[in-house]
Design a protein around this ligand. Structure first.
Ligand code: DAH
Length: 355
Protein backbone atom coordinates (compact mmCIF):
# COMPACT_ATOMS: atom_id res chain seq x y z
CA UNK A 1 0.00 0.00 0.00
CA UNK A 2 1.32 3.45 -0.82
CA UNK A 3 1.64 6.01 1.98
CA UNK A 4 -1.32 7.89 0.52
CA UNK A 5 -3.49 4.78 0.70
CA UNK A 6 -2.37 3.99 4.24
CA UNK A 7 -3.19 7.52 5.39
CA UNK A 8 -6.65 7.23 3.84
CA UNK A 9 -7.29 3.79 5.29
CA UNK A 10 -6.27 4.95 8.77
CA UNK A 11 -8.35 8.11 8.39
CA UNK A 12 -11.44 5.96 7.73
CA UNK A 13 -10.81 3.69 10.70
CA UNK A 14 -10.18 6.62 13.03
CA UNK A 15 -13.41 8.32 11.94
CA UNK A 16 -15.38 5.19 12.73
CA UNK A 17 -13.92 4.57 16.21
CA UNK A 18 -16.61 3.51 18.73
CA UNK A 19 -16.42 3.10 22.50
CA UNK A 20 -18.92 2.50 25.28
CA UNK A 21 -16.70 2.84 28.35
CA UNK A 22 -13.75 4.87 29.57
CA UNK A 23 -11.59 1.75 29.29
CA UNK A 24 -12.46 1.33 25.65
CA UNK A 25 -11.64 4.99 24.96
CA UNK A 26 -8.24 4.52 26.61
CA UNK A 27 -7.60 1.36 24.58
CA UNK A 28 -8.30 3.31 21.39
CA UNK A 29 -6.00 6.10 22.50
CA UNK A 30 -3.20 3.60 23.03
CA UNK A 31 -3.89 1.88 19.72
CA UNK A 32 -3.81 5.06 17.66
CA UNK A 33 -2.36 8.04 19.48
CA UNK A 34 0.12 6.77 22.07
CA UNK A 35 3.84 6.93 21.21
CA UNK A 36 3.67 3.46 19.75
CA UNK A 37 0.22 3.94 18.27
CA UNK A 38 -0.61 3.70 14.56
CA UNK A 39 -1.01 7.42 13.92
CA UNK A 40 2.20 8.24 15.75
CA UNK A 41 3.94 5.40 13.84
CA UNK A 42 2.91 6.97 10.55
CA UNK A 43 4.31 10.31 11.72
CA UNK A 44 7.65 8.63 12.48
CA UNK A 45 7.75 7.47 8.86
CA UNK A 46 6.66 10.91 7.67
CA UNK A 47 9.53 12.59 9.46
CA UNK A 48 11.99 10.52 7.46
CA UNK A 49 10.61 11.69 4.09
CA UNK A 50 12.23 14.14 1.70
CA UNK A 51 11.20 17.78 1.70
CA UNK A 52 9.13 17.36 -1.48
CA UNK A 53 7.30 14.30 -0.12
CA UNK A 54 6.65 16.08 3.17
CA UNK A 55 5.02 18.87 1.21
CA UNK A 56 2.96 16.27 -0.68
CA UNK A 57 1.62 14.38 2.38
CA UNK A 58 1.79 17.04 5.11
CA UNK A 59 -1.81 18.19 4.85
CA UNK A 60 -3.30 14.69 4.86
CA UNK A 61 -1.14 13.72 7.84
CA UNK A 62 -2.30 16.73 9.84
CA UNK A 63 -5.90 16.04 8.96
CA UNK A 64 -5.45 12.46 10.14
CA UNK A 65 -4.10 13.53 13.52
CA UNK A 66 -6.82 16.13 13.96
CA UNK A 67 -9.58 13.66 13.10
CA UNK A 68 -8.17 11.11 15.55
CA UNK A 69 -7.96 13.64 18.37
CA UNK A 70 -11.42 15.09 17.74
CA UNK A 71 -13.08 11.68 17.53
CA UNK A 72 -11.33 10.66 20.73
CA UNK A 73 -12.57 13.78 22.55
CA UNK A 74 -16.10 13.14 21.31
CA UNK A 75 -16.09 9.55 22.52
CA UNK A 76 -14.69 10.59 25.89
CA UNK A 77 -17.47 13.15 26.36
CA UNK A 78 -20.27 10.78 25.38
CA UNK A 79 -18.98 8.09 27.70
CA UNK A 80 -18.65 10.56 30.58
CA UNK A 81 -22.21 11.81 30.09
CA UNK A 82 -23.65 8.31 30.03
CA UNK A 83 -21.79 7.44 33.20
CA UNK A 84 -22.95 10.65 34.91
CA UNK A 85 -26.57 9.90 33.99
CA UNK A 86 -26.33 6.36 35.30
CA UNK A 87 -24.88 7.64 38.56
CA UNK A 88 -27.67 10.19 38.94
CA UNK A 89 -30.26 7.49 38.40
CA UNK A 90 -28.71 5.37 41.08
CA UNK A 91 -28.41 8.15 43.70
CA UNK A 92 -31.59 7.70 45.71
CA UNK A 93 -30.66 10.44 48.19
CA UNK A 94 -30.52 13.11 45.48
CA UNK A 95 -33.07 15.97 45.71
CA UNK A 96 -35.73 15.12 43.10
CA UNK A 97 -36.31 17.28 40.04
CA UNK A 98 -39.31 19.57 40.45
CA UNK A 99 -42.42 18.08 38.81
CA UNK A 100 -42.92 19.42 35.29
CA UNK A 101 -46.37 21.02 35.37
CA UNK A 102 -48.60 20.81 32.33
CA UNK A 103 -50.41 23.82 30.88
CA UNK A 104 -54.15 24.51 30.79
CA UNK A 105 -55.97 23.94 27.53
CA UNK A 106 -56.71 27.30 25.83
CA UNK A 107 -60.44 26.49 25.69
CA UNK A 108 -60.43 25.79 29.45
CA UNK A 109 -58.63 29.06 30.11
CA UNK A 110 -61.13 31.05 28.10
CA UNK A 111 -64.14 29.16 29.53
CA UNK A 112 -62.95 29.93 33.05
CA UNK A 113 -62.37 33.56 32.22
CA UNK A 114 -65.91 33.83 30.82
CA UNK A 115 -67.35 32.17 33.95
CA UNK A 116 -65.27 34.46 36.15
CA UNK A 117 -66.51 37.60 34.38
CA UNK A 118 -70.18 36.63 34.67
CA UNK A 119 -69.92 35.24 38.19
CA UNK A 120 -68.87 38.71 39.33
CA UNK A 121 -72.36 39.94 38.39
CA UNK A 122 -74.26 37.10 40.00
CA UNK A 123 -74.34 34.31 37.40
CA UNK A 124 -73.92 30.73 38.62
CA UNK A 125 -72.98 27.72 36.51
CA UNK A 126 -75.60 25.17 35.44
CA UNK A 127 -74.96 21.86 33.74
CA UNK A 128 -76.96 19.60 31.46
CA UNK A 129 -76.48 16.36 29.52
CA UNK A 130 -74.71 16.20 26.16
CA UNK A 131 -76.96 13.33 25.08
CA UNK A 132 -80.33 15.04 24.93
CA UNK A 133 -83.78 14.67 23.43
CA UNK A 134 -85.65 16.68 20.81
CA UNK A 135 -87.88 18.31 23.42
CA UNK A 136 -85.08 20.04 25.35
CA UNK A 137 -82.94 20.93 22.33
CA UNK A 138 -85.68 22.05 19.94
CA UNK A 139 -89.29 21.56 21.04
CA UNK A 140 -89.35 23.73 24.17
CA UNK A 141 -87.22 26.32 22.39
CA UNK A 142 -89.95 27.13 19.89
CA UNK A 143 -88.41 25.37 16.88
CA UNK A 144 -91.16 24.61 14.37
CA UNK A 145 -91.75 20.87 13.87
CA UNK A 146 -90.22 21.03 10.39
CA UNK A 147 -87.29 23.26 11.32
CA UNK A 148 -84.19 22.32 9.28
CA UNK A 149 -81.95 22.13 12.38
CA UNK A 150 -83.62 18.82 13.16
CA UNK A 151 -82.41 17.56 9.80
CA UNK A 152 -79.96 14.68 9.73
CA UNK A 153 -77.56 17.11 8.00
CA UNK A 154 -77.01 19.08 11.18
CA UNK A 155 -77.85 16.86 14.10
CA UNK A 156 -76.37 13.57 15.25
CA UNK A 157 -79.24 11.29 16.25
CA UNK A 158 -78.50 8.35 18.50
CA UNK A 159 -79.80 5.22 16.82
CA UNK A 160 -82.15 2.96 18.66
CA UNK A 161 -81.10 -0.64 19.04
CA UNK A 162 -83.47 -3.41 18.08
CA UNK A 163 -85.99 -4.14 20.82
CA UNK A 164 -85.05 -0.99 22.77
CA UNK A 165 -87.85 0.80 24.60
CA UNK A 166 -86.62 4.40 24.76
CA UNK A 167 -87.93 7.15 22.39
CA UNK A 168 -86.25 7.57 19.00
CA UNK A 169 -85.53 11.27 19.33
CA UNK A 170 -82.33 10.95 21.35
CA UNK A 171 -79.58 13.16 19.95
CA UNK A 172 -76.31 14.89 20.75
CA UNK A 173 -77.18 18.46 21.72
CA UNK A 174 -76.48 20.99 18.96
CA UNK A 175 -76.37 23.96 21.32
CA UNK A 176 -76.17 24.66 25.06
CA UNK A 177 -79.55 26.45 24.86
CA UNK A 178 -80.92 23.03 25.87
CA UNK A 179 -79.63 23.66 29.40
CA UNK A 180 -81.81 26.81 29.51
CA UNK A 181 -84.91 24.69 29.16
CA UNK A 182 -83.84 22.31 31.93
CA UNK A 183 -83.07 25.18 34.29
CA UNK A 184 -86.39 26.91 33.53
CA UNK A 185 -88.44 23.73 33.95
CA UNK A 186 -86.79 23.09 37.28
CA UNK A 187 -87.20 26.65 38.60
CA UNK A 188 -90.73 27.27 37.25
CA UNK A 189 -92.51 26.15 40.39
CA UNK A 190 -90.24 28.13 42.69
CA UNK A 191 -90.77 31.25 40.60
CA UNK A 192 -94.51 30.66 40.76
CA UNK A 193 -94.69 30.23 44.52
CA UNK A 194 -92.16 32.93 45.31
CA UNK A 195 -89.38 30.69 46.62
CA UNK A 196 -87.14 32.13 43.94
CA UNK A 197 -87.37 35.52 42.26
CA UNK A 198 -85.00 35.12 39.33
CA UNK A 199 -82.84 32.76 37.28
CA UNK A 200 -79.31 33.85 36.44
CA UNK A 201 -77.21 31.03 34.98
CA UNK A 202 -74.31 30.37 32.70
CA UNK A 203 -74.22 27.01 30.93
CA UNK A 204 -70.85 26.07 29.46
CA UNK A 205 -70.47 22.82 27.55
CA UNK A 206 -69.69 20.82 24.46
CA UNK A 207 -72.05 20.69 21.52
CA UNK A 208 -72.17 18.52 18.40
CA UNK A 209 -73.11 19.14 14.78
CA UNK A 210 -72.91 16.95 11.75
CA UNK A 211 -70.27 19.00 9.91
CA UNK A 212 -67.26 17.95 7.85
CA UNK A 213 -64.11 18.74 9.83
CA UNK A 214 -62.05 21.61 8.43
CA UNK A 215 -60.10 24.62 9.70
CA UNK A 216 -63.37 26.52 10.17
CA UNK A 217 -65.86 23.82 11.16
CA UNK A 218 -65.82 20.85 13.49
CA UNK A 219 -68.27 18.15 14.49
CA UNK A 220 -67.93 19.23 18.11
CA UNK A 221 -67.18 22.58 19.72
CA UNK A 222 -67.96 24.50 22.89
CA UNK A 223 -70.50 27.12 23.84
CA UNK A 224 -71.52 29.14 26.85
CA UNK A 225 -75.18 29.92 27.21
CA UNK A 226 -76.38 32.73 29.46
CA UNK A 227 -79.91 33.13 30.81
CA UNK A 228 -81.47 35.76 33.04
CA UNK A 229 -85.14 35.64 33.99
CA UNK A 230 -86.82 37.98 36.46
CA UNK A 231 -89.61 40.55 36.63
CA UNK A 232 -89.18 43.48 34.21
CA UNK A 233 -85.98 42.37 32.50
CA UNK A 234 -85.42 44.61 29.49
CA UNK A 235 -83.39 44.73 26.32
CA UNK A 236 -81.31 47.48 27.98
CA UNK A 237 -80.31 44.98 30.69
CA UNK A 238 -79.14 42.58 28.01
CA UNK A 239 -77.19 45.25 26.19
CA UNK A 240 -75.50 46.51 29.35
CA UNK A 241 -74.55 43.02 30.51
CA UNK A 242 -73.00 42.20 27.16
CA UNK A 243 -71.14 45.52 27.05
CA UNK A 244 -69.72 44.75 30.49
CA UNK A 245 -68.64 41.29 29.27
CA UNK A 246 -67.01 42.65 26.09
CA UNK A 247 -65.01 45.24 28.03
CA UNK A 248 -63.85 42.72 30.65
CA UNK A 249 -62.89 40.19 28.02
CA UNK A 250 -61.33 42.38 25.35
CA UNK A 251 -60.39 45.60 27.13
CA UNK A 252 -62.01 48.78 28.33
CA UNK A 253 -62.06 50.51 24.96
CA UNK A 254 -64.14 47.76 23.36
CA UNK A 255 -67.47 48.80 21.89
CA UNK A 256 -70.42 46.62 20.93
CA UNK A 257 -73.12 46.75 18.29
CA UNK A 258 -76.26 44.64 18.13
CA UNK A 259 -77.59 43.68 14.71
CA UNK A 260 -81.14 42.33 14.32
CA UNK A 261 -81.21 38.59 13.69
CA UNK A 262 -83.47 35.59 14.10
CA UNK A 263 -83.47 32.68 16.56
CA UNK A 264 -86.65 30.70 17.27
CA UNK A 265 -86.23 31.03 21.04
CA UNK A 266 -85.72 34.80 21.32
CA UNK A 267 -87.79 37.79 20.21
CA UNK A 268 -86.34 40.21 19.36
CA UNK A 269 -83.08 38.45 18.46
CA UNK A 270 -79.71 39.96 17.70
CA UNK A 271 -76.15 39.15 16.84
CA UNK A 272 -73.48 41.07 18.64
CA UNK A 273 -70.26 42.43 17.15
CA UNK A 274 -67.38 43.93 19.10
CA UNK A 275 -65.12 46.64 17.76
CA UNK A 276 -62.10 44.86 16.30
CA UNK A 277 -59.61 44.52 19.17
CA UNK A 278 -56.72 44.23 16.72
CA UNK A 279 -57.15 47.57 14.91
CA UNK A 280 -59.43 49.26 17.47
CA UNK A 281 -62.19 49.59 14.89
CA UNK A 282 -60.22 51.36 12.15
CA UNK A 283 -60.41 48.40 9.80
CA UNK A 284 -57.79 45.72 9.17
CA UNK A 285 -57.34 42.33 7.55
CA UNK A 286 -58.65 40.56 10.65
CA UNK A 287 -62.03 42.34 10.63
CA UNK A 288 -62.10 42.40 6.81
CA UNK A 289 -61.83 46.20 6.92
CA UNK A 290 -65.19 46.55 8.68
CA UNK A 291 -63.85 47.43 12.14
CA UNK A 292 -66.26 44.87 13.72
CA UNK A 293 -66.13 41.16 14.53
CA UNK A 294 -69.12 38.99 15.40
CA UNK A 295 -69.00 37.18 18.73
CA UNK A 296 -72.43 35.96 19.85
CA UNK A 297 -76.16 35.54 19.39
CA UNK A 298 -78.67 36.86 21.91
CA UNK A 299 -82.17 38.17 22.48
CA UNK A 300 -85.16 38.45 24.79
CA UNK A 301 -86.50 35.02 25.71
CA UNK A 302 -89.56 34.38 23.54
CA UNK A 303 -92.77 34.28 25.66
CA UNK A 304 -93.58 30.95 23.97
CA UNK A 305 -90.42 29.49 25.51
CA UNK A 306 -91.24 30.83 28.97
CA UNK A 307 -94.77 29.42 28.79
CA UNK A 308 -93.57 26.05 27.43
CA UNK A 309 -91.30 25.79 30.45
CA UNK A 310 -94.09 26.70 32.88
CA UNK A 311 -93.12 30.33 33.53
CA UNK A 312 -95.78 33.03 33.39
CA UNK A 313 -94.69 35.29 30.50
CA UNK A 314 -96.92 38.14 31.74
CA UNK A 315 -95.05 38.30 34.99
CA UNK A 316 -91.56 37.30 33.97
CA UNK A 317 -89.29 38.28 31.12
CA UNK A 318 -85.67 37.51 30.41
CA UNK A 319 -82.74 37.57 28.09
CA UNK A 320 -80.46 34.84 26.75
CA UNK A 321 -77.22 34.78 24.86
CA UNK A 322 -74.98 32.08 23.43
CA UNK A 323 -71.35 32.36 22.53
CA UNK A 324 -68.78 30.00 21.07
CA UNK A 325 -65.70 29.43 23.22
CA UNK A 326 -63.59 28.59 20.16
CA UNK A 327 -64.64 31.90 18.60
CA UNK A 328 -63.54 33.91 21.64
CA UNK A 329 -60.29 31.93 21.86
CA UNK A 330 -59.66 32.59 18.19
CA UNK A 331 -60.11 36.33 18.78
CA UNK A 332 -57.93 36.37 21.90
CA UNK A 333 -55.11 34.13 20.68
CA UNK A 334 -55.66 34.20 16.92
CA UNK A 335 -55.92 30.44 16.62
CA UNK A 336 -57.59 30.18 13.24
CA UNK A 337 -57.58 26.41 12.71
CA UNK A 338 -60.24 24.74 14.88
CA UNK A 339 -58.58 21.36 14.53
CA UNK A 340 -55.67 22.49 16.70
CA UNK A 341 -57.96 22.47 19.74
CA UNK A 342 -58.58 18.74 19.60
CA UNK A 343 -55.38 17.34 18.13
CA UNK A 344 -53.48 17.43 21.43
CA UNK A 345 -50.22 18.58 19.87
CA UNK A 346 -48.08 19.36 22.89
CA UNK A 347 -46.18 22.09 20.98
CA UNK A 348 -49.45 23.97 20.47
CA UNK A 349 -50.78 23.38 23.98
CA UNK A 350 -47.58 24.39 25.79
CA UNK A 351 -47.92 27.94 24.49
CA UNK A 352 -50.88 28.70 26.75
CA UNK A 353 -49.94 29.51 30.29
CA UNK A 354 -52.67 31.83 31.46
CA UNK A 355 -55.17 34.28 30.06
N1 DAH B 1 -78.11 28.58 20.34
C1 DAH B 1 -77.56 29.48 19.35
C2 DAH B 1 -76.58 28.73 18.45
O1 DAH B 1 -76.17 27.66 18.80
C3 DAH B 1 -76.85 30.61 20.01
C4 DAH B 1 -77.78 31.53 20.72
C5 DAH B 1 -78.38 32.57 20.04
C6 DAH B 1 -78.13 31.33 22.05
C7 DAH B 1 -79.25 33.43 20.65
C8 DAH B 1 -79.01 32.19 22.69
C9 DAH B 1 -79.57 33.24 21.96
O2 DAH B 1 -79.36 32.04 23.96
O3 DAH B 1 -80.41 34.06 22.62
O4 DAH B 1 -76.24 29.22 17.42
Amino acid sequence: MSLQERIEELQTRVQQMQASSAEEVEALRIKYLSKKGEVSGLFDEFRALSKEQKAQFGQAMNRLRQTAEERMAQLRQTVEQTVAKAEVREDLTRTPDPIALGTRHPLSLVREQIIDIFSRIGFTVADGPEIEDDRHVFGLLNFAPEHPARDMQDTFFVEKEEGEQRPTDVLLRTHTSSVQTRVMLEAAEWLRNGQQDSIRVLCPGRVYRNEAISARAHCFFHQVEGLYIARKVSYADLRQTLLYFAKEMFGDKTQIRLRPSYFPFTEPSAEMDISCHICGGKGCGFCKQTGWVEILGCGMVDPNVLEACGIDSKEFSGYAFGLGIERITNLKYRVKDLRLFSENDIRFLNQFVSC
